[in-house]
Design a protein around this ligand. Structure first.
Ligand SMILES: [Mg+2]
Length: 365
């Protein structure tokens, strides 16, 4: 079997409500899809996303570099094709646009392999079918009032989720603490609570707030510092007892490896659509395991279940359901658990209505 064609396209998928954290505000996600066709008539689907910037650049890398380079190759030789993409573009970008573009192609190659062998992704990855606990991030936004946060946390608890994450980064530490305490008190300490700073703090502020957060008993302290500050994270992880979680803004196994080597995090949150796809995600998970670090991936709840049930150090999948509406058959969610798909490949196909309703042409101006 050989690759005959690689095509890409861009969709704009609405989030249904305004989303804010300490750095961003958005109402839709930009999704770059990648379809790989073969001489056997099979086709694989991959995708990546941005929070609104860079989709066209990602599509251009796929169309003008990877598509040309991989057409005519055997799609089953995934690692070799991954290395070809990496070697071709690493001098102009080892992470970001290129790793997103690689992810869309890599996910399509795995989808194709599963369809060719008639096996679901978790089986290809030597995994076991099992439900993965979900924690909710979709109701803990920074612009919510304390009252809204408490109401959200209680509804998340009623729905059976296994954790509730709220954004931090209000002007004062007292305000952050008050919001976290109100949530923990309302939940009666019965549901783990995580906090996420989205890289907003300076080193001294991150330590000051971290000391306050850990006294409240939060499960983890996510992205306290800018992701490039490896040594700052190492100092913070040494200083605090609360586990430090990072990874949604780290793009390769080399960068993750540096975090693991110097003890700069306790939880790894690699995102399959940002780190170059399933191939790289699995290598990061193995490296984390060897370093005694757990994995709780960022976003992409429709693909991550198959990956988390294929590793021994997985924790949760993050419930943010924005992309579910673009798939014909997203993974089943039931009482706070999510189940990996049993369909051959990733089990994910873009619906016709998503192709029509979320296309560039139908985007509101
Ligand atoms: Mg985060």
């Amino acid at each position: 079997m050989k690759i005959t064609e690689i095509q890409s396209g861009i969709l704009h998928v609405p989030t249904e409500k305004l989303i804010t954290d300490s750095q961003h505000s958005l109402d839709s996600v930009e999704v770059v899809i990648c379809t790989i066709k073969t001489t056997d008539g099979l086709s694989g689907l991959g995708f990546t996303y941005t929070i609104g910037t860079g989709g066209l650049a990602i599509k251009t890398v796929i169309d003008t570099i990877y598509a040309k380079m991989l057409t005519g190759s055997d799609p089953s030789e995934i690692k070799d094709l991954w290395l070809k993409m990496w070697n071709k573009t690493h001098a102009v970008g080892r992470g970001g646009i290129t790793s997103h573009a690689m992810a869309a192609v890599d996910i399509a190659l795995w989808d194709l392999k599963g369809k060719d062998l008639g096996q679901p992704l978790y089986k290809l990855l030597n995994g076991t079918k099992k439900p993965i606990p979900l924690y909710d991030t979709n109701q803990g936004w920074l612009h919510y009032s304390q009252k809204e946060l408490v109401r959200s946390a209680l509804s998340v608890q009623r729905e059976g989720f296994h954790g509730f994450k709220l954004k931090v980064g209000k002007k004062s530490v007292e305000e952050d603490v008050s919001r976290i305490r109100a949530v923990i008190d309302a939940l009666n300490g019965k549901l783990p609570v995580m906090v996420d700073a989205n890289q907003i703090f300076t080193r001294s502020e991150a330590i000051r707030r971290g000391r306050a957060f850990e006294k409240l008993g939060v499960l983890w302290y996510e992205e306290p510092l800018v992701a490039d500050d490896l040594l700052g994270h190492a100092d913070l992880a040494r200083e605090l007892d609360v586990p430090v979680a990072v990874g949604e803004t780290i793009f390769s196994k080399y960068e993750f490896g540096n975090y693991f080597k110097v003890g700069a995090c306790d939880i790894s949150q690699q995102d399959v659509c940002r780190v170059g796809g399933i191939t790289e995600w699995m290598e990061i998970a193995e490296s984390a395991e060897a370093s005694g670090i757990q994995v709780s991936p960022h976003f992409v709840m429709d693909l991550h279940p198959s990956l988390v049930c294929s590793i021994p150090n997985g924790m949760f999948v993050e419930y943010i359901p924005w992309l579910r509406k673009m798939f014909t058959d997203p993974p089943i969610v039931d009482r706070g658990l999510i189940f990996p798909s049993d369909a051959p490949g990733t089990g994910l196909e873009i619906s016709k209505s998503a192709l029509i309703n979320f296309s560039e042409a139908t985007r509101p101006t």
